[in-house]
Design a protein around this ligand. Sequence first.
Ligand code: AHR
Length: 546
Amino acid sequence: MSFQKNLITRRDFLRDSARAGTSVWAAELALKSSVLQASLAVPAGEGALKAAIAVDAGTVLHHIDPNIYGSFTEHIGRIIYGGVYEEGSQLSDEQGFRKDVLNAAREWGVPVLRWPGGDFVSGYHWEDGIGPKESRPRRYNAAWYEEESNHFGTDEFIEYCRKIGAEPYICVNLGTGTIEEAANWVEYCNGTGNTFYANLRRKYGHQDPYKVRYWGLGNEVYGDWQIGHKNAEDYAKIALECGKMMKWVDPSIRLVACGLPEIEWNRVVLEKLINIADYISLHDYEGNEDYYEELGTIQRLEHNIRLTAAAIDLTDSLRGKPTALAFSLPEVNSKKPIQIACDEWNIWYRKHDLFRRDIPNPVEEKYNLRDALWIASGLNLFQRMGDRVTMANLAQMINSIGAIFTNERGMFLQTIYFPMKLYRRECGSQALACKVESPTFSSKSFKDVPYLDASATLDAERKKLAVTVVNRHKSQPIGAILKIGNAKVGSKATLFEINGASPEIENSFSELENVKIVEKGFSEAGEKFGYVFPAHSITLLKLSVT
Ligand code: AHR
């Protein structure tokens, strides 16, 4: 097998999009591989729905950053207290971390964990959360109308990340915080010298620097629901000064600027931060009671990523250039274009009583199989667009809009947990050219959405090719011909399926496994084979290739 790199450049992509006059995604793959062109022929037959999937194992489109399978824990409701951390519980370890949740996070393999917010961070002063717990101030969490004990702070967060094997990603306070406070936080975490905050970390028992690599420059600063929200110009000004000082403390850190899927906000922010930021963020929450309307919203997520990418392209010529607008910092200038961090994404529409003070934990959403299909479609999208999206954080990990759900006696895994774990565990790090021909659906707001959605990845070292397929049809299986070009494919494969009795089905404390990952053997794989994808299912076919 020739796993030769055949990277599609941005220029090729734009030229082909224009020439093809077709959907951008189709154009992305058009003309790239004779394998793809020659092999797609929807199988004939009566009645049943038919599709075709063609993968070119010789065309590696881009690297997939494992950070796209990340998550987020904010100080809301029972995410931290009662989720991550529960002092005095029999379910917790000696440090107060819930052991059942730790195991679930480890099994998922969360690669990167964002903290402490979210809206919470815009009123958070990190020094409240260090030192002896009994001396930490109890504060009002104005973002979520709650009380904050500060018993879980920076040292506990880092310890938690170490325990689950995740890279910490800290977002700083650009609501009520100062640039100096943010730079001091970097010094506390990463400082190696004989300076106050590095010594404070040592004093509290942490000799070695934490080497926190990822730092966010504020959260959703554009919205009036945010403590200390700002317009684009004001945000860009403070974020530039803040990022500059943070990178002067530790030039190795990677900064995430606060983005909005809107060209104007992102343009203003990127023009200022182009030589400081490494990522721009995108938040996307979707959901709808109507089955096809909800699954159709995947088109909006794709559109939002493309809008963000367009703003990056628009400002990219300023990269590395000291201009009036872009402060130049030669020693830390990024050589790479700004990346996209989808650092909050999920289904969220049922429990949205954000401004209700009379309901405890008002954002504890229960997820069904339909929501898991949407999450798997999102992961397919991130894999396909992995040249632009190099971090994504499912919001959130536990309880409030969480993939894991606890009470004082135990926990269960919500439906959306399973695609996160499956993709993180089984997909390779190289995105392959993969083309799908499928019948489509339309909903009230979205047109021509393919029922069958796929992505293909390669783990070249282990010689494994994973095809991840979501059948979004509500009631019908879809028979597909799969063709794998430029590789010899062994007949024995492993097949993982996530499905359940109906799209509405949920897991609960009493029904833990209505939806789960089922592993099956499959011995009919090859360079060309057929498979019937069940209605409302997620399938990962793991093929051996040489
Ligand atoms: O994830 C919940 C909230 O959603 C976050 O605090 C905020 O950033 C977003 O609006």
